[in-house]
Design a protein around this ligand. Structure first.
Ligand code: PNS
Length: 163
């Protein structure tokens, strides 16, 4: 039985995230989506809302559960019995930092990181860029899951209070 963790901020979840999570759910028996709580960084959506939006976007996957974590990712992995972290790699720009984190995480607890090559359809996507485009009225349909569209536009109009 292989359990893996897909970690991130997910503020909000994008179609690029969904693609990686769908592929992780085919590779592993159980996928834990770990939404990082960062008390020093105020996001657009409170963490509970990010979890709701992830849930609504991943209803079709039955071996995925969504939780928050704070502290070290490797401690969360150990608590869940997950042997690997699954991450998407969009382009070489992601590589240096991701490699550094993967090596540190392996040094800490021997948890491995499996990199999945992002679908080229989504390799230009990031939550930050989507928020910027949407904030200026750009069309983000097809870039985020359908349940995220309306809440994102509404939150950019009047941000929700932090979690
Ligand atoms: O979606 P993001 O913001 O790129 O996700 C980054 C995340 C959550 C994967 C990363 O910041 C992380 O693992 N944070 C947890 C704290 C931790 O374990 N730090 C040491 C990493 S080697």
């Amino acid at each position: 039985m292989l359990s893996v963790v897909c970690p991130g901020s997910f503020d909000p979840v994008t179609n690029g995230h969904v693609d990686i999570i769908e592929r992780a759910s085919k590779l592993a028996d159980q996928v834990y989506i770990a939404v990082m709580v960062n008390k020093n960084k105020r996001g657009l959506f409170p963490v509970e809302r990010r979890i709701e939006l992830l849930g609504a976007s991943l209803e079709h996957l039955d071996n995925v559960s969504i939780e928050t974590f704070s502290g070290l990712l490797v401690d969360y992995c150990q608590a869940r019995g997950a042997r690997a972290i699954v991450k998407g790699l969009r382009a070489v720009g992601d590589f240096d930092y991701e490699l550094q984190m993967a090596q540190m995480n392996h040094r800490l607890t021997e948890v491995d990181t499996l990199f999945v090559a992002t679908n080229p359809l989504y390799s230009f996507l990031s939550s930050s860029l989507i928020k910027e485009v949407a904030a200026f009225g750009g069309d983000i349909e097809g870039l985020v899951p359908a349940p995220v569209l309306e809440p994102l536009v509404a939150a950019l109009r009047s941000p929700e209070p932090p979690a």
